[in-house]
Design a protein around this ligand. Structure first.
Ligand code: F6P
Ligand code: MN
Length: 297
């Protein structure tokens, strides 16, 4: 079976990018381990007597530390940081956006959560998603898997018992499918979004919504259909964030033949106005996102 490094060695990635991807992928093990050793919700101290952080903060600190020490990145933008973190003395010229632990409220109920990563190659994070050099997410589910694109297709790797990533699915393409998910409270949906969801339901689409963006989008990537977190009453920009959530998963979906839109335009073309820029999201199979844009116009 092809390992992650073997796969990367066959791509156009330079050594720094390969090392960066592997370094992030390696953090799956300690992050997953912290689910048990750092259960803040169970007690205020962990089994080692240390004061505990929320797991999303813990994952943020862990990733920030290893990325900073690597010397590979000039900038880091994280959902858990108010500002861009800079590493001016870094040797490398990559930049990373991350949601260290997306869907973290689901850990307490043992549902699927994940780490979402976007990688740029010109040292800057505040730019349109289409400029990304690579994107990936780690899903902590029954298996620990890594979905990766370096603009040479989308591939899924699984962490085996030797703590090695081996390729599970090569060159994944999103099928048409018939699943849908929509966030926000139904009575707060805006009329055009409601009409679009009615259209999907009448067309036989089936609801699948877990409350973890990365897990819900992973399901759509594999089975096809659409995930939305729309604009809703009083929240015209929706809930999810452009840099950390929309862009990396949109980049992967697009590389797999699908699309991501805010209802009017390709999200990957949006230049971020601020680190926590929010955006309404429609992501999934191409024809259903085309239809969303047509109905939301
Ligand atoms: O990171 C935000 C997030 O947890 C996403 O993973 C998820 O899609 C969404 O919020 C769930 O929001 P809600 O609780 O409103 O359904
Ligand atoms: Mn999130």
């Amino acid at each position: 079976m092809t390992t992650l490094r073997e796969y990367l060695d066959g791509t156009k990635c330079d050594k720094d990018l390969k090392d960066l991807i592997e370094l992030i992928a390696k953090q799956a093990d300690p992050i997953r381990g912290a689910f048990i050793t750092n259960q803040k919700y169970v007690d205020s101290k962990n089994i080692y007597g240390e004061t505990q952080m929320e797991l999303d903060k813990w994952s943020n600190e862990r990733l920030k530390k290893v990325l900073g020490e690597s010397g590979l990145i000039k900038e880091l933008a994280s959902e858990e940081e108010d500002d861009v973190v800079k590493f001016p003395s870094a040797r490398g010229n990559y930049a990373v956006t991350m949601d260290p632990l997306d869907g973290s409220s689901l850990i307490q109920v043992n549902l699927c959560v994940g780490t979402i990563i976007g990688i740029y190659d010109n040292g800057k994070v505040m730019q349109a998603g289409k400029n990304m050099r690579a994107a990936m997410y780690i899903l902590y589910g029954p298996m620990t898997i890594l979905t990766l694109t370096v603009k040479e297709g989308v591939h899924i790797f699984a962490l085996n018992e030797k703590k090695e990533y081996v390729m599970l699915i090569k060159d994944l393409k999103v099928p048409e499918g018939n699943l849908y998910a929509s966030g926000a409270i139904k009575k707060e949906w805006l009329p055009k979004h409601r009409a679009f969801i009615d259209y999907l339901e009448n067309a036989g689409y089936k609801l699948r919504y877990s409350g973890s963006f990365v897990a819900d989008v992973h399901q759509i990537l594999k089975y096809g259909g659409m995930f939305s977190y729309p604009a809703f009453a009083g929240h015209e920009k929706g809930k999810l964030r452009l840099l950390f959530e929309a862009n990396p998963l949109g980049f992967i979906m697009t590389q797999a033949g699908g699309r991501i839109s805010d209802g009017a335009r390709d999200i990957l073309s949006i230049t971020p106005e601020k680190v926590d820029h929010r955006v309404p999201i429609y992501i999934g199979s191409k024809t259903v996102i085309d239809k969303a844009e047509q109905m939301l116009k």
